[in-house]
Every structure is written in structure tokens, then in C-alpha cells.
Write a protein that binds this ligand. Structure first.
Ligand code: NAP
Length: 509
């Protein structure tokens, strides 16, 4: 069995002095499961003496490299021989790893007790599979004395990252001497970093807290360690993710990973930025690694055509937000929608029952469809009010609802109002889809917007004496249902709520 993979934290410091003064990095110098990558080409005060000072602190966990200028190195005037001389000094001192680019001549280099990483970096593209395999990876791993082959590439889209799957399928088993680490840079390549251990690689790279990182898309070591539980991930784990674009600010990874950790489940949840066709991603990457997924904007509708089964609620809404691998087959996903029942749960828990209740929905987009289907399923009557009346009319006709205008509001008996427009969402926090005097006294007001937590609409509703429900409850509710669908276990709802709430409050500060 492979030992647990390590997290290699790349130094970003302009000088060795800065590095030595950095308490965060010093705390990693002896910490089990961590490596510190000393980028000698970054240091403007590099000399035999300062290197010695750095090694005196970091050697037990050091991975040392002096990057070649053609592969991102910062000191173009230093010769190969001089770079190698520094690396030899580090090896003589007894560091853990020495990383040398495949293009750098290594004549006379003796790795001593260190492990040798042979590396290849392309900051512009991903080569085609045949070139990568036979012209890059094979010659590297066949060289004597090589312990790790590291390949870092720049994908143009998430589809390009499938190259990591192709390469991993032929390595990191017992037939290949050197281990392989293949990293795709950028936001779309995040999964290749988080799943390095899943594929048998000995480590992955991270940046310091608040540091820029040495390659695009590097997560912080704390994210890898605490959010993703990187060091525990092996090939027995189940991988889930959220598929969307943009995806960088999604709180779903925090919510689901915290829940998996709380229950001690060997599961990890990763954001996947998918810009193009969503089923193209599943064909190239998703189907090989994902047991299930959350689907978000803009893929909720287009994902339906690729699902092998779609539950009736998702079918009625025309949108899927949850995928789960069939329990009885390796191929194919069932698609469902947890937004609709989560929205209905929010209203039901405040109103007692939805049977024969009159619910007014503001908006006629995707969220409006989900809320309308969810509350109608439980016996509510639905009216719709939308900026573009024709859109509301089309939806109302399809779902069996009525369309109203602002002028009708005072004459209607409404039990609950649900805002499904983005009005009031950050940064337009002073906006509200209804004026205070347009909100019927005594009705329940539920805003699906959850950034900010208390929207202007909810403040106005409170002033009118209305009960209110925050959009966060729907977000948590849909996540709880996803978690339970995937794992078959009761979700730790309170914990999920607390971590998301804390993160939102931090963001709002
Ligand atoms: P969507 O499909 O784009 O629909 C947006 C709706 O809002 C449309 O009906 C649009 O009217 C209306 N609208 C947008 N801007 C407006 C404005 N300035 N004035 C008046 N009406 C406006 O979006 P969606 O997928 O339904 O999502 C809408 C919101 O729901 C999101 O912003 C999100 O905050 C919330 N949501 C929350 C959760 C949750 O878990 N809490 C889940 C899903 C969605 P037109 O038809 O006239 O364009």
C-alpha cells in the first residue's frame, strides 16, 4: 500500500531572509505529512551561506529546486552547472527531494539520500496524449535513479484535464518504478491537485495562506489539509463535485466536505469549472471519477439529456441539480432536483402545511420553476409575478398557475411570497423586488437570495409584521437532500448550516 501522500507547500519569498522570518513556513519545517518546496531561483539573496541557513531549518521536509528559465525559472543568467551545484549542496545536506527538469543535464549529480524528481512544465498547453506518453513521460520514467516523474500542464478547458486520467491509467502501479504526479494548472485543473493521492502520487503542491502560489490554481495547504482531507484520500474514496461556471465562490465544497468529515466518510467533494458542454465533461472526465455531483448554473437544464433516468420532479421542472451513479451499474447517472423539495420544506415548516395555501412567486426563471413545482406537489396554489409578463404566462400555463401584476397585490389573499429574482443580492443590497406597502400584512416572506443573509425584502417584511425565511435554509435543505441521496445516511444538518453561515458572515465582513 502507498504511504499517505504529502502536501508540498511552495515558497513564494523573494529572499531566504523573508522565508526564515515567515512563521507559517517555519511551522511546516518539521510537520509530518508536509514538504516545503525551496524555489532557489526566487531568492535574490541566494549564496552558499544563505542556502545553508535555509537548509538548517527546512532540510527535514525540504523539496529543493532551481527552476530552469525555460520552465518558469526566475534567474535566466544562471548556468545549468551553477544551478546543479546548488542542488548538489542541498542533496549533500540531506534533504527529502531534489527536483530537476528533464531538460537540465545532470552529469555528475549524486542525489545521495534524497529522492529525485524529474520534472516537465508547460505553462501554455496540454500536449496530445501520444506525445505526452511516449515523448515526455516514458523517457523520463525510464531514466536511472528517478523516483518521481512530475508533469505540470496548462489546460485550456476542463476537457483538456482528461490527459491526467489517460496518463494515470498506465502508471503508479507496481510495473512502473518511478511514481508519477501529473498536475493541470488553473481553476479547471484543481481536481488533479486534490486527487493526486487518489491516483497514487506521493504528494501535491499547495501555497501558503495568503500567498500567490507558484503556479495558477494552487490551493492553500490548509484547504487541502482541512477542507479536502487530502492526506487521507486514496483510491477507495468516493469522489463528488459541483459542476458549474463560475464555481469559485460556491459554498457547496465547504458544506459537503464538512459533512463527510463529520461522519468520517471516505468521500471528497471538489468544484469543477465546466465552461463548455456539460456532457462532454462527463464523457471525458466526470464518469471516470464522480459517484455523484451537484449541478449548478448554467448546466441544470442541459444536463437532463445525458441522464439515464430523471425523477418526476426534475422532469416537471426541466432542471436537474443532483446526479447520482446508479447503484446497480457502473455507467449512467440518475438526475434529480433537490431545490424544489427544499424550497417547499422551508415554506411548510413555517406554515405547517402547504395544502390549499396561496403562494406568490416573484420571478419566472429556473428557481421560480423549482419553487412552483415543489409547492404545487404539496397542494399549494401558485401565482406568478415577473418583470417580463409573457415569460410568467408561459410558465404559469405549463405548470397550472396564474399570473398577477403589482396592481393586483392589495386585493389578493396571499399566504406566502417567495422571491426567486436576484434583486437584493450582493452588491445590490439596497434593492427589493417589493416596496414595503406592497407586502401583504401577515403573510410569510421567503427570499431565495442568501447573500446577504437578511435581504432588504426580508427587512421590509419584518417591518410589516411578516414572518420571514432566509434563502440559506433552502441552500442547506437542497444540500442535505443531496448528501442523503449519495450516502444513504442522515446528514449533519446543523453542522452544514453552521459552516456555511460562518463562511457567509466572513465574506460579508
Ligand atoms: P434566472 O433563471 O436567470 O431567472 C431570474 C428571474 O429574475 C427572471 O424571472 C428575471 O425576469 C428576474 N429578474 C432578474 N433581474 C431582475 C430585475 N433587475 N428586475 C426584475 N426582475 C428580474 O435565475 P434563477 O436560476 O431563477 O435564479 C434566481 C435567483 O434565485 C438567484 O439569483 C439565487 O439568488 C436564487 N436561488 C437560490 C437558491 C437557494 O438555494 N437559496 C437556489 C437557486 C436559486 P425576466 O424574466 O424579466 O428576465
Amino acid at each position: 500500500m502507498n504511504p499517505k501522500p504529502s502536501i508540498c507547500v511552495a515558497t513564494h519569498h523573494a529572499s531566504i531572509q523573508d522565508l526564515l522570518n515567515d512563521a507559517e513556513f517555519r511551522s511546516l519545517a518539521n510537520r509530518e505529512g508536509f514538504l516545503v518546496e525551496l524555489r532557489l531561483d526566487f531568492f535574490n539573496d541566494l549564496s552558499d551561506e544563505t542556502l545553508q541557513q535555509a537548509l538548517a531549518v527546512f532540510a527535514p521536509n525540504a523539496l529543493v529546486t532551481f527552476r530552469h528559465p525555460l520552465e518558469g525559472g526566475k534567474q535566466p543568467d544562471v548556468t545549468d552547472a551553477e544551478r546543479l551545484r546548488y542542488l548538489q549542496r542541498a542533496a549533500n545536506h540531506g534533504v527529502k527531494y531534489i527536483d530537476i527538469e528533464a531538460r537540465t543535464p545532470r552529469d555528475g549529480f549524486d542525489k545521495r539520500g534524497a529522492k529525485l524528481i524529474l520534472s516537465y512544465h508547460d505553462f501554455e498547453k496540454v500536449p496530445d496524449e501520444a506525445t505526452l506518453y511516449s515523448k515526455i513521460w516514458q523517457p523520463m520514467q525510464a531514466q536511472p535513479g528517478v523516483d518521481v516523474v512530475k508533469i505540470a500542464l496548462m489546460p485550456k478547458s476542463v476537457d483538456d484535464t482528461s490527459i491526467a486520467l489517460s496518463l494515470y491509467s498506465g502508471c503508479n502501479d507496481n510495473s512502473v518504478r518511478a511514481s508519477t504526479l501529473i498536475l493541470c494548472m488553473g481553476e479547471t485543473g484543481l481536481w488533479t491537485r486534490v486527487l493526486a493521492g487518489f491516483f497514487g502520487a506521493p504528494f501535491t503542491y499547495a501555497r501558503g495562506e495568503g500567498a500567490p502560489g507558484t503556479a495558477p490554481g494552487q490551493p492553500t495547504w490548509r484547504e487541502l489539509d482541512e477542507l479536502y482531507r487530502f492526506r487521507d484520500i486514496d483510491k477507495s474514496w468516493n469522489v463528488y463535485g459541483v459542476i458549474g461556471n463560475p464555481i469559485g465562490h460556491s459554498l457547496s465544497p465547504l458544506m459537503h466536505n464538512s459533512a463527510f468529515a463529520e461522519l468520517g466518510l471516505p468521500c471528497v467533494y471538489i468544484p469543477f469549472k465546466v465552461e463548455g458542454k456539460v456532457w462532454g465533461f462527463f464523457q471525458d472526465v466526470g464518469q471516470y471519477i464522480l459517484q455523484g455531483a451537484s449541478i449548478t448554473i448554467p448546466h441544470k437544464e442541459s444536463i437532463i439529456t445525458g441522464c439515464h433516468e430523471v425523477d418526476p420532479v426534475a422532469q416537471a421542472i426541466g432542471a436537474v441539480n443532483t446526479l447520482k451513479h446508479f447503484d446497480y451499474a457502473d455507467e449512467g447517472y440518475t438526475g434529480s432536483n433537490t431545490d424544489a423539495p427544499a424550497a417547499a420544506d422551508c415554506l411548510e415548516s413555517a406554515l405547517g402545511t402547504l395544502k390549499d395555501k396561496h403562494v406568490l412567486i416573484l420571478g419566472a426563471g429556473g428557481a421560480a420553476r423549482a419553487v412552483a413545482v415543489g409547492v404545487k406537489e404539496r397542494g399549494a396554489r401558485v401565482s406568478m409575478l415577473n418583470r417580463t409578463r409573457e415569460r410568467a404566462e408561459a410558465l404559469a400555463e405549463e405548470l397550472g398557475a396564474t399570473v398577477v401584476s403589482h396592481d393586483d397585490l392589495s386585493a389578493l389573499r396571499i399566504d406566502a411570497i417567495v422571491n426567486t429574482t436576484p434583486i437584493g443580492m450582493y452588491p445590490n443590497v439596497d434593492a427589493s423586488p417589493l416596496e414595503e406597502n406592497q407586502i401583504p400584512k401577515g403573510c410569510l416572506v421567503f427570499d431565495t437570495v442568501y447573500n446577504p443573509l437578511r435581504t432588504r425584502l426580508l427587512e421590509l417584511a419584518e417591518k410589516r409584521g411578516c414572518k420571514t425565511v432566509e434563502g440559506l435554509e433552502m441552500f442547506i435543505g437542497q444540500g442535505v437532500r443531496q448528501f442523503e441521496l449519495w450516502t444513504g445516511k442522515a446528514a449533519p444538518r446543523e453542522l452544514m448550516r453552521r459552516v456555511v453561515l460562518d463562511a457567509l458572515k466572513k465574506r460579508q465582513k
